[in-house]
Design a protein around this ligand. Structure first.
Ligand code: GTP
Ligand code: MG
Length: 148
């Protein structure tokens, strides 16, 4: 099944929206395959956002992302990348539809509380960056847990 990398950014963690974001992915039917809380280094975040290195907002973005711990997650399920992006909403929360995570909880593009991979290729790259080979354990499906 397809996997995507979803991350609650430092503002989402500090504002206490981690549980809400996890709940939305669970209720939608996605399976949580990896999760950790980590205060990332600037070097690590520069790798994560390498494609944006030339943007004028890049230094501010790295400072924001390094300002506190993030919650790094891998979610698995049908069309996880595209559906995950839809659930997050548009990059700029002012343009995010109500009902999306950013559309319900954020206002500023530089404080948009969550990240989601934008393609299957970047999802694979980001999952390797945040969860190096061998750090994701195999988990059973809920159905496999119903019977003793
Ligand atoms: P991510 O899921 O975080 O990757 O967001 P995205 O894919 O919707 O947007 P993009 O990858 O283009 O930008 C990454 C992040 O940089 C955004 O989520 C914003 O936090 C920030 N960002 C993007 N554009 C702007 C901008 O014009 N100004 C500021 N201040 N921040 C921006
Ligand atoms: Mg992006």
């Amino acid at each position: 099944a397809e996997r995507t990398y979803i991350m609650v950014k430092p503002d989402g963690v500090q504002r206490g929206i981690v549980g809400e974001i996890i709940a939305r992915f669970e209720k939608r039917g996605f399976k949580l395959v990896a999760l950790k809380m980590v205060h990332a280094t600037k070097e690590h975040l520069e790798k994560h956002y390498a494609d944006l290195a030339q943007k004028p907002f890049f230094p501010g973005l790295i400072k924001y992302m390094a300002s506190g711990p993030v919650v790094a997650m891998v979610w698995e399920g049908l069309d996880a990348v595209k559906t995950g992006r839809m659930m997050l909403g548009a990059t700029n929360p002012l343009a995010s539809a109500p009902g999306t995570i950013r559309g319900d909880y954020a206002l500023a593009v530089g404080r948009n509380i969550c990240h989601g991979s934008d393609s299957v290729e970047s999802a694979e790259h980001e999952i390797k960056l945040w969860f190096p080979e061998g750090t994701i354990q195999h988990t059973l499906s809920s159905a496999e847990w119903v019977f003793e």
